[in-house]
Design a protein. Sequence first.
Length: 396
Amino acid sequence: MDLGESNEIFYSKVRGGTTSYDVVVPSDYMVEKMYKNNMLSKIDFTKLKNFSKDNLMTGVVGIADTLEQKASGVSSYYVPYLWGTWGIMYSTLKDGLEKAVTASENQWSSLFDRSSLPAGTRVAMYDSHLHAYYAACRYLGIQTDEPLEKKELNQIYNLVKKMNFDAWGTDDIKKDIVAKNKDLGFMWTGDFLYYYSENTANVVLDAYLAGDVKIEDINSMVEILTGKERIYKEKYQIGFDIFIPEDTVAFCDNFVIPKDASHKDLAHQFIDFMIGRSEGENQVDPGFANTYYVSYNTPYKDIYQDIRSLKDVSFTLEDEAQFKSERTSKIDAYDSSLYWKIYDMAIGIAFGKYYKEEENILLPDGSIKKYRGDILPCFERNYINQINTTFNNARA
């Protein structure tokens, strides 16, 4: 397995042909580009016993329809893997910041207008120029589907230069917000959600170990922390949240089989395994397990419902007895069955809160859209270079 830092880097590796890959996992706009450049093999869906179009979530169907409009016939060349949105993660501990992020008339202003933020707000932008470009276009109210004229690129240059982000980062952004070293950042919702669920479990177990919550009251504590109240006993809180603009970046990562793949039958078997479910007790359940682990949304209704159902738990004296037994056996409290049961409840709540089954977004023309945001445009390499140059100069 080879990892690529971006769709663009991995596209170059596949296009270069130095390695014959059997399965590649590009995002939506890159699937479009690979398809248009005749780089993909058609998927034989008869070999995928775990795939059903009827099992796809509404938002994924919407993204697929958008892709098909851009590249007729492309739907025969990919299998959805994970999907979701981008959002603006922010600290709930800094006075006035939540209102600045969530109540502004321009839903992108917190990323590009320091005058809209409390003094001293430390803002980080994700180190992906294409995603930052999209966000800047949305803030400025300019279109994102076609390459911009030089004057509009100059607008983005001046915007980024004036904003002078406190940091450009990737995984470190969410970690810095959790650690209170940054206040706000742009990122994948899945990156946020993993830390949100983990921090909820940490805070609840802290309270339990301190004697501030009884085992039978853990359910209500989790509901308070993840609900509108947010603070339990005026002491315990998660400390951060995420705002997802209605016109945010949506994405769907997909399995594709390159045209020159050497093992196409095995590629189909691998894809079928990765989207599949367990067939018996104590069997691997890859479709569920991978979604649970990475906290990015599944394209498949049955897996989504199973993740959501994790919230339906209760904590009993039997859980307490098992926790005490594990502690006697030197199992770390934050790796105990009780900790992971709290985590399960938190992630079940979070999937329902931040990944909606149907969005029903009202568009300016009065029509209804079933998923939040838009997928990135498929630009040619020369325009991608112009975007990168614009941002590199502004950052410098």
